[in-house]
Design a protein around this ligand. Structure first.
Ligand SMILES: [Zn+2]
Length: 176
């Protein structure tokens, strides 16, 4: 028992030293850590200041942007106003000219030139050529070309006679 007591007493004597040493190390570590934390806090504060400055700058830029956008809108409106003014003033003399061109008679004269007369409304030709061209397009001669007699295509002979070729290959003249 004496030995054990002795050992315990030695331990009791030694332990404070061990704790003291560890305390020193710990306090040193804590000091360095707190220094680091202070440094980080300082950096944080700097960043916060910079951030607030950036926010202010952004706000300024945004106000400038909106102002310039307003100016652009004004300029656009002014430009459109000018365009509309120039559009309303210009086409007045132009539209009749283009109307004249589009409504010119499409027929060609005997000389080979385009007819100088204006076409009738709703027609490509003038009053004079309208009869000639539009009536010939639906003339009875055109429908006669497709005419048939008892299922045979009617053809016109050299003397103007109408005939068709029958099943035996012979010309059969049609009595008028
Ligand atoms: Zn004409």
């Amino acid at each position: 028992m004496k030995r054990i007591l002795f050992i315990i007493s030695i331990l009791i004597l030694l332990l404070p030293n061990v704790f003291a040493q560890s305390r020193k190390v710990l306090s040193a570590q804590i000091a360095t850590l707190s220094a680091k934390i202070e440094a980080i806090n300082a950096e944080m504060n700097l960043l916060k200041e910079q951030n607030s400055n950036m926010k202010k700058e952004i706000a300024e830029l945004q106000t400038r942007l909106s102002a310039s956008e307003d100016e652009i809108d004004r300029l656009k409106q002014a430009n459109e106003a000018r365009k509309s003014v120039s559009n309303t003033s210009q086409p007045a003399p132009q539209t009749p000219a283009t109307d004249n061109e589009s409504h010119q008679c499409k027929a060609t004269t005997a000389a080979g030139n385009q007819c100088s007369r204006n076409a009738d409304p709703g027609s490509d030709y003038c009053w004079q050529h309208k009869k000639k061209y539009e009536s010939s397009g639906t003339s009875p001669s055109g429908s006669e070309g497709n005419a048939s007699y008892n299922g045979h295509t009617i053809q016109t002979g050299p003397r103007g006679g109408k005939y068709y070729i029958n099943s035996k290959g012979k010309k059969v003249y049609i009595k008028r």
